[in-house]
Design a protein around this ligand. Sequence first.
Ligand code: FAD
Length: 139
Amino acid sequence: MSVTQLIYRSRKNTLPPNGIFAIQDQARRNNAERDLTGVLLFNRDYFLQCLEGDAEQVTRTFRTISDDPRHREVALIAVGDVAERCFPDWSMGLVDSTSPDLRVALRDVLPGYEFTPEALDATTATTLMQRMRTLSYTR
Ligand code: FAD
């Protein structure tokens, strides 16, 4: 069965304390029910999310996410079918993109490791997700 993978970026709006964990809880609950997996990278200003699963579920969930007032300027970076999931074990992994370990692991994918998703093209974003697949410490 083919798997659709969608990657988007957005700018964070101000979140209450623990706001990021509220998003993760909601995402994990819904995604597990919909057989969706993926990862949500964040820093102070941005989100970068990868969603993977059945095409209709990915599209429907992305539409809901796009309307969420907790972020803005939601922009699709890449969408397409992939041979297998990058994050089969994560209903929604949460990764702080400023983690020093992550910076080291991704330095050849993101030279200078400037985590500004606005500058990410589809190929680099897809490669980044494939690389993250190998980073067990980010679970
Ligand atoms: P909804 O998901 O809107 O569901 C309401 C009802 O509609 C459901 O009970 C169901 O009956 C029906 N429904 C809606 N969509 C589907 C579907 N795909 N399949 C079947 N039935 C459906 N939310 C996620 O779920 N997954 C994420 O990965 C995710 N990532 C987020 C990332 C960011 C940066 C932000 C800001 C938000 C994210 N959210 C995510 C939260 C999302 O924006 C909504 O707030 C959340 O999905 C609302 O969940 P809900 O269960 O209250 O309502």
